[in-house]
Design a protein around this ligand. Structure first.
Ligand SMILES: [Zn+2]
Length: 153
């Protein structure tokens, strides 16, 4: 390759590498996205996992579980979004239902979290779902409850 060709290639590579940053600058500050697959968190049933003082957000229960399984992290603090109210709920106190309704269309996740058992059962009945318990329950055994948990009223 000639010197000119190498220079051109180097310039092209530099431009390609800078592309995402340029695009990001045009779009303004990046919106929060899932730590596993980059799905935007706006409107998603966000799951927050705190591990070793670092908090990560995920677009669905499935992504958070996938991340935990890959990293082998634990014990962790997990906060899920109540499907009924949108409020943050400690996963250790939440009820989970897998139903025919997509919780996160981007990933196909069908696990819904609820703060109240009545809401979970109502959803399960309405959408042919089942309450997840024991080994089926997401984050089973990995979750530690928040100190001074504020999700309980
Ligand atoms: Zn995700």
């Amino acid at each position: 390759m000639t010197g000119r060709g190498t220079l051109l290639l180097a310039g092209l590579l530099a431009a390609t590498a800078a592309l995402p940053f340029g695009a990001r600058a045009l779009r303004g500050p990046p919106s929060p996205r899932c730590a596993v697959d980059g799905v935007p968190l706006a409107g998603a049933p966000v799951v927050r996992v705190e591990e070793g003082g670092v908090e990560r957000s995920f677009c669905c229960v499935g992504c958070a579980e996938r991340w935990l399984a890959t990293t082998g992290a634990g014990p962790v603090r997990v906060v899920v979004t109540d499907s009924s109210t949108g409020a943050a709920v400690d996963a250790g106190c939440a009820w989970f239902v897998r139903s025919t309704v997509l919780a996160q269309p981007a990933t196909g996740d069908r696990v819904h979290a609820f703060a109240r058992k009545e809401d979970a059962l109502r959803h399960a009945e309405a959408y042919r779902g089942s309450l997840l318990s024991g080994k089926e329950s997401p984050f089973g055994g990995k979750v530690v409850r928040q100190e001074g948990d504020q999700s309980r009223r």
